[in-house]
Design a protein around this ligand. Structure first.
Ligand code: BGC
Length: 469
């Protein structure tokens, strides 16, 4: 039922697992800075040590093998490789670390999928304006070229930027992620724009300079909830749901997969709202320049991070302040019939993934899709027998199977978030997404497989043997 060569993976990100925040010449990232400021993160937690994967990579590799993964998605820390963010100064210890990780995976027959940017901008570049500054795009491109050049002989699956939506909105509109800016209604659009420019430049660099020899594939990871109108019979609820999708998936998928530009719904809403509130200085949503590398067509597959679903009704549009909520005029509502996982935002809606996959197939020209993240959060007392997470993975993977088998969506792989319990951003280590439990009170950061890890391993084994029949 899953195609031959289907990727069965798990994912992690550098800041969430590595630790070694200033080891061997690593430069600081915006998350190092953010966590070291008081009151930013739950319980003043930070990723200084995290799972200590910088020193305990061998343990992680054992976990990967224990699950029987065919693929492992990791991210590179930009400031571990290039401490000041530029290629002027390369940290060879960082290069050695990732070389070992990649080589070890390949020896064990595990294919690496490598993300270049997972929320952790070098602080040195933040000091020069960060993602709000137009020049960050070419600095990202240089970093990407450096990575393709250094690791691309062995890495064939690349993600440039993870979840530009989250970086833009949580980091620059809501201020709950690094760099902690609260500039509602303006900065997020600028940041999202520069991320798209950066991604497009890196894709073109790969395409012209590296693809001919390295023959890999490059995309960006787009996160989106599935959304439905609260009252499907009400046209304004239907329109609100469309607006919300345009402001989430569409924001990044339309420029890359559909039109080369932002969704029309987004453009007209932002323009109208700017005018209504008397905003001066042109549209808050930037325009793509013809003098720059084209954004349309800069993805070799669709990388989707899916966690949850929402019902939607109109709302937020009559505010007096400039903000994204007001622009999109769509209020999210949690359906009371959906159970909640450990965190309040994560309603468990396995069939949402099937609907979203079909939406992507229908609107984005039927691309090859990798589900690059999907997972279930646990909080409170440790439960190694995590029955609910087992159910979650079973149900979700069944929905993916239906999308593949019945709906003919071209899904190529599934990555569980996450291999390990790790540093869950603003929630610190209080929220656990791992297939392995990590004991953060133990200096050795002991890893113990959850029941869900064992069940995922069994599913992988079963599906792999179905494929070979
Ligand atoms: C991110 C991960 C994060 C996960 C769960 C995604 O937004 O890519 O880094 O841990 O969701 O919140």
């Amino acid at each position: 039922m899953f195609p031959c060569g289907f990727a069965w993976g798990a994912a992690t990100a550098a800041y969430q697992i590595e630790g070694g925040w200033e080891a061997d010449g690593k430069g600081a990232s915006i998350w190092d800075t953010f966590c070291h400021e008081k009151g930013r993160v739950f319980g003043e937690h930070n990723g200084d040590i995290a799972c200590n994967s910088y020193e305990l990579w061998d343990r992680d590799l054992e976990c990967i093998q224990q699950l029987g993964l065919t693929h492992y998605r990791l991210s590179l820390s930009w400031s571990r490789l290039l401490p000041d963010g530029t290629t002027e100064h390369v940290n060879q210890k960082g290069v050695q670390y990732y070389n070992k990780v990649i080589d070890d995976l390949l020896v064990c027959n595990v294919t690496p999928m490598v993300t270049l940017y997972h929320f952790d901008l070098p602080q040195a570049l933040q000091d020069k304006g960060g993602w709000k500054s137009a020049s960050v795009a070419s600095l990202f491109d240089s970093y990407a070229r450096f990575c393709f050049q250094t690791f691309g002989d062995r890495v064939k699956l690349w993600i440039t930027i993870n979840e530009p939506y989250v970086c833009a909105k949580l980091g620059h509109e809501d201020g709950i992620h690094a760099p902690g800016l609260k500039e509602p209604g303006t900065a997020a659009y600028l940041v999202g724009h520069n991320m798209l420019r950066a991604h497009a430049m890196a894709w073109h660099s790969y395409d012209s300079l590296y693809r001919p020899k390295q023959k890999g594939a490059v995309s960006l990871a787009i996160n989106s909830d599935w959304v439905e109108p609260l009252h499907p019979g009400c046209p304004d609820h239907v329109a609100a749901a469309e607006r919300l999708l345009a402001f989430s998936l569409g924001w990044f998928a339309w420029p890359v997969f559909v039109t080369g530009d932002y969704p029309e719904i987004m453009r007209s809403a932002i323009d109208a709202q700017s005018e209504r509130l008397g905003h001066s200085g042109g549209s808050r949503l930037p325009s793509f320049s013809e003098d720059e590398p084209q954004v349309l067509g800069t993805a070799d597959f669709f990388a989707l991070n899916y966690y949850t679903s929402r019902k939607v009704k109109p709302g937020g549009g009559h505010g007096r302040t400039l903000c994204m909520k007001s622009d999109r005029d769509a209020e999210e509502v949690l359906d009371p019939s959906w159970p909640i996982s450990g965190v309040s935002w994560l309603a468990v809606v396995p069939d949402g993934i099937r609907k979203l996959l079909n939406y992507i197939k229908d609107t984005c020209n039927n691309p090859a899709v990798y589900i690059t993240e999907n997972g279930f959060a646990q909080v409170g007392p440790l439960q190694i027998e995590d029955e609910r997470r087992c159910e979650f993975y079973k149900d979700t993977i069944l929905e993916v199977a239906k999308a593949v088998g019945e709906d003919k969506v071209n899904v190529r792989g599934y990555f569980a978030w996450s291999l390990l319990d790790n540093f869950e951003w603003a929630d610190g280590t209080s929220v656990r997404f791992g297939l392995f439990h990590v004991d953060f009170s133990d200096t050795q950061r002991r890893r113990t497989v959850y029941r869900s890890g064992q069940e995922y391993a069994k599913m992988i084994q079963k599906y792999k043997s179905d494929q070979s029949r």
